[in-house]
Design a protein. Structure first.
Length: 534
């Protein structure tokens, strides 16, 4: 009889590392060093290009001393509220098993082995931390560079403060999610903790104070304007959350990890196929963004057949609103926040930063993706629409009215946010002028993404110049957001006219020609598309 195998902490750790090194050597042997060098070159190049051009694009006018004073006193609370909202999202993700998603090999051969799970999951957390830190650092540096042009001061200091704030915020959100998942805290306690943080931060904004824990992180972003020892407390708090997260990482539910690993595999596959609808469906499953079993309100169930006048439109109208009535609370909150953020971005355009047109368009496009769920479900079942006594283009058009109406209602939140941030009645008037075109553009842009589907298998054969395949795929995915971005062009024209002493509202009306032409072309293309999977 062979002697029993004695395992210790050191031998377990050594075995785990040996298995990872073997898998890494196999991965390296299968890859080409030229590809790795090319990826590193692209990363450095894109980082430099983004840092330079985004800084130039978002560089607005120089702030007045009174504006700098307001930012110094009120900006900390606003940043604290933004951090609190992100932490709430992290807590919600942690209650669903996030943020870790180990590889399938780690789950099969390590987490199911008789070794401490903390040894495996902690190493996975350290690997994930690199991505958590890298992207926010770049975004924060760009934001700091833009802020230096607006508020003055040394650009290096602003870039360092912006990068530090972004990284610490990312660490706080990531750490909060891992603490909740590692301690297996339920959704209700996690949401309650997040709600308390958000309420505390919102109270700071209302009272003009900065007492919440997340507000101390906000102090890091404005260090070039005002120094405070409390900024160090905020940084230590974020790092402390990460330390606790790494300590409790071994308690994550194995079932939740297997579910996330499976869904992330599907998400990567859908993203590889450029299938936007599949990406949205898998992402909602990952976030457990499921419809309610009981609707918030009831929608009339009057019969409407295609033989009746307006029957198709009435049926699609009722079906779309019944779907909206079953939205979970999280989806309602998400679209309201995105609409308000689009209003804030529009206010940024009014302050002279024209590049915020892109941000506002992307935010409205995301709202439209949620609103166009009825059309998306029709495209998911391509056989069923073929049995309707209605042509597919007419069916697509009938599904546009309900989401467009919803976007108009949500646009009111954007108008209020734009007026509160800009403090200008002219900006409010311009926002009211572009409200309906923006709502229609958001609906049409989302519908384009829905009916576009994945590229055909013969794509590389159909293109006369295969060398331009990558460029074609990029254009194919960006055409829908560009339709929505075009709807915000009148806001930029209106601000330019206002700086020249011309009436802003009149210039906005004249510039409406741009989104109207784009919408006409997009609507024509939308009606020419066939069912996605037919």
């Amino acid at each position: 009889m062979p002697p029993p195998v004695v395992t210790t902490r050191d031998t377990t750790r050594a075995t785990t590392r040996a298995m990872r090194r073997a898998r890494r050597r196999h991965y390296v042997s299968e890859s080409d060093w030229v590809d790795s060098l090319y990826k590193a070159y692209l990363t450095v190049l894109l980082t430099g290009v983004a840092l330079f051009y985004l800084t130039v694009a978002f560089d607005g006018t120089r702030a007045t001393p009174s504006t700098i004073t307001d930012v110094t006193h009120q900006g900390i609370g606003i940043l604290g509220l933004a951090v609190a909202l992100l932490v709430l999202l992290g807590l919600r993700s942690g209650s669903r098993g996030g943020p870790l998603a180990p590889d399938a090999a780690d789950i099969t051969y390590l987490l199911l082995a008789p070794i401490p799970r903390a040894e495996v999951l902690r190493a996975s957390a350290f690997r994930q931390l690199r991505g958590v830190v890298l992207v926010p650092a770049l975004a924060g540096a760009v934001a700091g560079s833009v802020a230096s042009g607006t508020f003055g001061g040394e650009r290096v200091e602003w870039m360092a403060a912006g990068a530090a704030f972004a990284v610490l915020t990312a660490l706080a959100v990531w750490g909060a999610a891992l603490v909740v998942s590692g301690t297996r805290t339920g959704a209700r306690p996690a949401n309650a903790i997040g709600a308390v943080l958000v309420a505390w931060a919102a109270l700071d904004v209302a009272l003009g104070t900065a007492t919440s824990p997340t507000a101390q992180l906000g102090r890091v972003a404005v260090l070039p304007l005002t120094t405070s020892l409390l900024a160090g407390i905020g940084a230590l708090g974020a790092l402390g959350v990460v330390a606790v997260a790494l300590a409790v990482a071994g308690g994550v539910s194995l079932e939740a990890l297997r579910r996330r690993a499976h869904l992330l595999g599907e998400l990567r596959f859908a993203a590889t196929l450029q299938d936007m609808r599949s990406v949205i469906v898998v992402q909602r499953e990952l976030a457990q963004d499921l419809p309610r079993s009981r609707p918030w309100w009831t929608v009339g169930s009057g019969r409407a057949s295609s033989g009746q006048r307006g029957g198709t439109g009435r049926a699609c109208w009722q079906r779309d609103w019944r779907g909206i009535a079953r939205w979970p609370v999280s989806r309602f909150v998400r679209v309201v926040v995105l609409a308000a953020a689009a209003g804030v971005a529009t206010a940024g355009v009014w302050h002279g930063t024209y590049a915020f047109v892109v941000l506002a368009g992307v935010l409205v496009y995301l709202v439209g993706i949620d609103a166009a769920e009825g059309l998306a479900q029709e495209s998911d079942h391509a056989v069923r629409p073929q049995q309707y006594p209605v042509r597919w283009p007419d069916l697509v058009q009938a599904h546009l009215f309900a989401p467009a109406t919803l976007l108009v209602v949500l646009g009111v939140f954007g108008l209020v946010a734009c007026w509160l941030v800009s403090g200008s009645t002219d900006a409010l008037a311009v926002g009211a002028i572009v409200l309906v075109p923006v709502a229609i553009a958001g609906t049409v842009g989302a519908a384009l993404s829905v009916v576009l589907g994945a590229p055909p298998p013969t794509l590389f054969l159909d293109i006369g110049f295969p060398e331009f395949t990558t460029l074609f795929l990029i254009i194919r995915q960006t055409i829908a957001p560009l339709v929505v971005i075009a709807a915000f062009v009148p806001a930029a024209f209106a601000y330019h006219a206002a700086t020249q002493g011309k009436p802003a509202a009149g210039s906005a009306f004249v510039a409406l020609l741009v989104p109207l032409v784009v919408l006409a072309a997009a609507h024509s293309y939308l009606r020419s598309r066939k069912a996605v999977h037919s």
